[in-house]
Design a protein around this ligand. Structure first.
Ligand SMILES: [Zn+2]
Length: 151
């Protein structure tokens, strides 16, 4: 197996690459940054030179990438972190994404959970599922009930 250096990750900014490098070194993984100084001097050139390249010995590549993945540095790990973050209620502050009351445009509305529960109760009480009622929303501001469009 050859021990030439290969690039396992590319970073847009030097400081990001530096953090990843420090992380790998803390795990006793020797690694090197390429084009670090070019990018540090000219951040705008980062894309032109292809970012800061994090390099390891070819024989270390697999282990290094696994470490980086665990550390949250790989695109896969970042993507996962993004998805996790979107699941938390705290990040749901994009008002444009929120459903609105068609009468007063308030976002203070109770949304029906399109749950199987409502259907199950319907079947239980009435002998058939009342699907239509499971799509009704209630506005707390004007007190009206309305159906949310699927659009
Ligand atoms: Zn309303």
């Amino acid at each position: 197996m050859s021990d030439s250096l290969i690039t396992i990750l590319t970073f847009t900014y030097a400081h990001e690459a530096q953090i990843a490098k420090t992380y790998l070194e803390s795990e006793d993984m020797p690694c090197y940054l390429k084009d670090e100084f070019t990018v540090q001097t000219y951040d705008l050139l980062s894309n032109a030179v292809g970012g800061v390249k994090l390099q390891v010995r070819e024989s270390d590549a697999e282990a290094a990438y696994r470490l980086l993945d665990e550390g949250g540095f790989t695109p896969e790990a970042r993507q996962k972190a993004k998805v996790d973050a979107n699941d938390t209620p705290a990040s749901k502050n994009e008002d444009t994404e929120k459903p609105q009351c068609p009468y007063c445009q308030s976002t203070e509305i109770a949304q029906p959970k399109r749950s199987q529960q409502a259907m199950a109760i319907g079947i239980l009480l009435l002998g058939f599922p009342f699907i239509w009622s499971s799509k009704k929303s209630h506005c707390f501001d004007c007190g009206r009930d309305f159906k949310m469009g699927d659009s």
